[in-house]
Design a protein around this ligand. Structure first.
Ligand SMILES: O=P(O)(O)OP(=O)(O)OP(=O)(O)OC[C@H]1O[C@@H](n2cnc3c(O)ncnc32)[C@H](O)[C@@H]1O
Ligand SMILES: [Mg+2]
Length: 169
């Protein structure tokens, strides 16, 4: 059976990966690996690099057939600060395949906290007076009023990855 190393133990990401591998029998191994980028990535490039690093680190650590990494970040634009999300999938033969997720603008009061150096996960917990928003509906779930939760958004990314991966194989 295909072994898939997952470069995180965050349940919002792990569930997205398990559900995104629709129709494929696989053994999933969530594992803690370094992203190799800052805890709060601040560009598409840095967020992509984090996703690729997680995928490669997980593959090597677990000696699996496939490694997969998901990374959240933000991107400053003239419209404000966007949430961004990226994923990467690797096997031992291929260059990583990458795919991006939905993006929405963060409210200015959240953006200013991030610009001051805080991590979105911590800011969201303080803003909502809840714990571990990042492991549950996420910022995207809060600001879309629950219409798109973090795991839904990441599952879409995972399907983009798995689809490209199986097409090329
Ligand atoms: O355990 P890991 O896999 O690291 O999961 P994480 O929730 O920290 O996720 P990322 O490292 O990919 O996200 C980078 C930062 O952005 C935060 N973040 C990203 N998306 C978020 C969301 O939708 N809701 C809350 N925090 C989010 C997260 O807490 C980190 O501070
Ligand atoms: Mg993190």
């Amino acid at each position: 059976m295909l072994t898939v190393a997952i470069g995180t133990k965050n349940p919002a990401k792990v569930d997205a990966i398990k559900n995104g591998f629709e129709g494929i029998q696989a053994n999933f191994i969530p594992t803690s690996v370094p992203s190799g980028v800052s805890p709060q990535p601040f560009s598409d490039e840095e967020t992509i690099q984090g996703a690729i690093n997680r995928a490669k680190n997980a593959l090597v650590l677990e000696q699996s057939d496939v490694g997969i990494g998901l990374e959240g970040g933000v991107v400053p634009t003239e419209y404000g600060l966007f949430l961004c999300n990226w994923g990467a999938i690797v096997d031992s033969t291929n260059n990583p395949i990458i795919a991006g997720g939905a993006r929405i603008l963060l409210p200015d009061e959240i953006a200013s906290e991030l610009n001051a150096g805080k991590e979105l996960g911590d800011v969201m917990d303080a803003y909502t007076k809840q714990k571990d928003i990042r492991k549950n509906e996420g910022a995207i779930g809060i600001f879309t009023n629950g219409y798109i939760k973090r795991t839904d958004m990441f599952m879409h990314v995972v399907k983009l990855l798995v689809g490209q991966f199986t097409y090329r194989r």
